[in-house]
Design a protein around this ligand. Structure first.
Ligand code: HEM
Length: 423
């Protein structure tokens, strides 16, 4: 089997990060992500001020606590009554909604008991029987996508592979028409866009019009399925469960956004980040090719390495203490999973990409506690099959330029990655 060509490793901490004043430092500035210096910044906070009073000049974000140590994040996740996810106190993103504006309601941004009831309605989607049933279908599609890639010419891995495969899967999860699957990608991109932090993002009216179009389209599917016998797709599950069948349109829209973004951006960026990591670590690629039984632990390592959702927000419901800092009722906290996954106090050699780590599952990429990812096994399955088929073909890929990173401090990913298949 041939080896995949190498690319330069990501540069280490630019020297100015080590000398910046910590006061009011703002890891939620998307520029750190575009420049790929966020890891250096978070390391400094983790080592010097692990529960840090951060400040963003963006209206609607303002002051927040940056929680960067693994153990402190676990402490927060284990106490959802003290640290709320509920949309009514701010939800899961650092950006507050302007007063009076309607906020999308989704169960990731709800506290118990409503959270638990709505989660239960859709969690059977990842049941073992479904995963087994999809395996052949995912493999067939993966083969088709890989076999259709151009040879010897540059193409965008994000568009041709990562988006293509994840949008197909998403269409399957919703039983949405496959030929219209790119609409799901479009809605997912709209839902996560934000004009306040990204000047290139669509105007708020355009965003809302797109989401309304999504709602209209899914309302049709809902109406078809609510009167039909229950089936194993997400729309049918929402339409038939006692916890979700009487949702308001805003809740339906919110949960659609959750399921579309949850199943889309995250897996997509892990598909891209995984290839990049292996191209940047040729020794690990060689090890993988020599022993494909390492694919399972490699996929887990890639999910840690990429951490496709950089943080989740919580809001304190009472005065409390965390990591020696006094947290006041109403304070918001960013749980930086991206930092926890590089925490030297928990993870041996955290800055090394090691596909056969002894404890690969020691990471917080899927969160922890009552909100832990519903779709983690679906993501695992897609990633495993992609790598099985790439290895089986002995595909040799080379990086043809710097990947372009998404301008967001929430979604940690790539909008483009030019590559070429050498053979
Ligand atoms: C929740 C990450 C794939 C659906 C979460 C959370 C994280 C996460 C960090 C926790 C949020 C919190 O603590 O507030 C990821 C990553 C993925 C992935 C890294 C892929 C590598 C998927 C897929 C689906 C999905 C394929 C499919 C539908 C969800 C849902 C929740 C969730 C519905 C909300 C759970 C709750 O609030 O109880 N995910 N996810 N995710 N994820 Fe994923």
């Amino acid at each position: 089997m041939t080896s995949i060509a190498t690319a330069a490793a990501t540069p280490t901490a630019p020297s100015q990060i080590d000398t910046l004043s910590l006061e009011g430092l703002n890891p939620a500035d998307p520029q750190w992500f575009v420049d790929d210096t966020i890891g250096n910044l978070l390391r400094r906070l983790r080592l010097e001020d692990p529960v840090h009073r951060s400040h963003s000049p963006v209206p609607g974000i303002g002051d927040y606590w940056s929680v960067t140590r693994y153990r402190d994040i676990m402490q927060v996740e284990m106490h959802p009554a003290i640290y709320s996810s509920d949309w009514s106190v701010g939800g899961i993103s650092l950006m507050d909604f302007p007063p009076g504006e309607q906020q999308l309601q989704m169960f990731i941004a709800m506290d118990p008991p409503r959270h638990d009831e709505q989660r239960k309605a859709v969690s059977p989607i990842a049941a073992q029987g479904n995963l087994d049933g999809w395996e052949g279908l995912i493999r067939e599609r993966t083969c088709k996508v890989l076999d259709s890639l151009p040879r010897g010419e540059t193409f965008d891995w994000v568009d041709r592979v990562s988006i293509e495969l994840t949008s197909m899967m998403l269409a399957t999860l919703f039983d949405f028409p496959q030929e219209e699957r790119r609409r799901l990608t479009h809605w997912s991109d709209l839902a996560t866009s934000n004009k306040l932090t990204n000047p290139d993002a669509p105007e708020p009216e355009v965003r809302m019009a797109g989401l309304r179009e999504m709602l209209g389209c899914f309302m049709k599917l809902w109406n078809e399925r609510v009167n039909a016998p229950p089936r194993a797709d997400l729309v049918s599950m929402l339409a038939h469960s006692p916890a979700t069948r009487n949702m308001t349109p805003l809740e339906f829209m919110g949960n659609l956004v959750l399921l579309i973004v949850g199943g889309n951006d995250t897996t997509r960026n892990t598909m891209t980040g995984g290839l990049l990591a292996l191209l940047q670590h040729p020794g690990q690629m060689k090890k993988l090719r020599a022993d494909p039984s390492l694919i399972g632990s490699m996929v887990t390592e890639v999910i840690r390495w990429q951490t496709p959702l950089a943080y989740m927000r919580r809001t304190a419901t009472q005065d409390t203490e965390l990591g020696g800092k006094q947290i006041r009722k109403g304070d918001k906290l960013a749980l930086w999973y991206l930092s926890a996954n590089r925490d030297e106090a928990m993870i041996p050699q955290p800055d090394e990409f090691i596909i056969d780590r002894p404890m690969p599952r020691l990471h917080l990429s899927f969160g922890f506690g009552i909100h832990r990812c519903v779709g983690n096994r679906i993501a695992d399955l897609q990633l495993r099959i992609l790598w099985e088929e790439l290895l089986r073909r002995g595909t040799e890929i080379e990086l043809m330029g710097e990947p372009k990173r998404v301008r967001s401090s929430f979604v940690h990913g790539f909008s483009q990655m030019p590559v070429r298949i050498v053979s």
